[in-house]
Design a protein around this ligand. Structure first.
Ligand code: NDP
Ligand code: MG
Length: 382
């Protein structure tokens, strides 16, 4: 029996994680959850799973929940709440499925408490990869990828010696506007951007997929998780999202991971690794039904956010912190319908130029850059 602490329980990954837990009651127990503002959904989860610890975003919601639950669970809020849920003493593993760099500090605390981490929250690795990787090694904690590309690469690497690997190849579906020219992108709407062809995900990552920043963040995530230089990480367009990623070995052998696009599979694998759980035959891949798979070279000018992510990654230090914070802020403004789709990359580019670079930042410096970059992006509105 594995006890699970789940941050971001009301989100897309959170709900799918709960699905996995519910389908395997003999394997998993939910012991702690966090969510943001969706108290209604949160209450449904609490009633069904009865976690011992609950963390919400706002104090007021925490007070209401304490009244409603009358001592049934411990209720916390804010960053302290996220930390309490992340380090729940009986938890064996933390599933970090919050959105954004708010996931960083609780992840650090969980690692220090010796919890393994199933990491969906890629922003944490993008903003402070060196801190997380060093700490995980020091505390002998496993970081298990949930992101489908990284789960695929993790499986294709299969413990092989890094010297044998020539390239990691991440596949990208292309997002909502994969067939649009740059001219056509000028006046796309929020609703159009939220309409992803292959995956149903949270709003922020769906926009990231449309701008291709999601793949950029994933390149940086892969750099940290697999200790691979950026020159050995490639991206290829693959519109069907059937191949989730590949590893090319130095003898030219390329191993690919295939599956239907369903996040419950990589979530489950991160929870059971190195074991696998049965998937119903009806849900498995049917290649003769799919018939054809397509691939296309990535155009870095068309998808400028991907180029920015490579540049930031190569530069390292706080460059990726600024990239991530600027992206979170700019996507927020786009979702609030305050800026256009193409302004997202413009704002990020400006924030990267504006930001005062630190090569080996401490946690405090990362947090300061994150705050400052968000403020700067807001200031661009005026
Ligand atoms: P969602 O937006 O669907 O969910 C985010 C979760 O985080 C919700 O539970 C939300 O709470 C909570 N949350 C958001 N902001 C805060 C905050 N400031 N404080 C506390 N809690 C907060 O996101 P996804 O599930 O789509 O994505 C989560 C992470 O997983 C992201 O890093 C994403 O990149 C990554 N990922 C997602 C995939 C997917 O298929 N969705 C695939 C691969 C990676 P509430 O809604 O209650 O306010
Ligand atoms: Mg992914």
């Amino acid at each position: 029996m594995k006890n699970i602490s789940l941050l971001g329980a009301t989100g897309s990954i959170g709900i799918q994680t709960l699905d996995v837990i519910e389908q395997h009651p003999e394997q998993f127990r939910l012991t702690a959850i966090s969510f943001g503002k969706n108290v209604e959904k949160g209450m449904e989860i609490i009633e069904k799973f009865k976690p011992r610890i609950i963390a919400v975003q706002d104090k007021k919601d925490a007070e209401d929940l304490r009244m409603r639950l009358g001592g049934q669970s411990l209720v916390y809020y804010g960053q302290e709440g996220l930390i309490e849920a992340a380090v729940a003493r009986e938890a064996h593993i933390l599933v970090n499925a919050v959105m954004g760099s708010v996931g960083l500090v609780p992840t650090i605390h969980a690692i220090q408490a010796g919890k393994d981490i199933a990491i969906a929250n890629k922003e944490t690795l993008v903003t402070a990869g060196h801190i997380i990787m060093e700490l995980a090694e020091k505390h002998n904690v496993s970081l298990l990828p949930v992101d489908s590309e990284h789960s695929a690469i993790f499986q294709c690497l299969n413990g092989e010696n890094a010297q044998q690997v020539d390239r990691l190849i991440l596949t990208a579906s292309g997002g909502s506007f994969r067939d649009y020219t740059r001219e056509q992108l000028a006046d796309v709407t929020v609703d159009e951007a939220l309409n992803h062809p292959n995956w149903s995900m949270g709003a922020k990552i769906t926009i990231d997929s449309a701008t291709m920043m999601n793949k950029g963040l994933e390149v940086i995530e892969a750099h940290w998780l697999f200790n691979m230089p950026y020159s050995k990480i490639d991206v290829i367009l693959h519109k069907e999202s059937i191949i989730h990623s590949m590893v090319e070995y130095k003898d030219g052998s390329t191993l690919a991971h295939l599956g239907n696009p369903d996040m419950r599979v990589p979530i489950q694998y991160a929870l059971t690794y190195p074991e696998r759980l049965e998937l119903a035959p009806s849900k498995r891949l049917n290649l003769w039904e799919i018939g054809k798979l397509h691939f296309k070279k990535m155009d870095m000018e068309r998808f400028r956010c991907l180029k920015l992510a490579y540049l930031a990654g190569e530069k390292g230090g706080t460059m990726t912190t600024a990239l991530n914070a600027a992206n979170e802020a700019a996507v927020g403004l786009f979702l609030e319908r305050k800026i256009s789709f193409l302004a997202i990359e413009e704002y990020i580019e400006k924030a990267l130029e504006h930001h005062e670079f630190i090569e080996q930042p401490t946690l405090e410096e990362i947090q300061a850059i994150d705050t400052h970059t968000r403020q700067y992006v807001q200031s661009l509105l005026n």
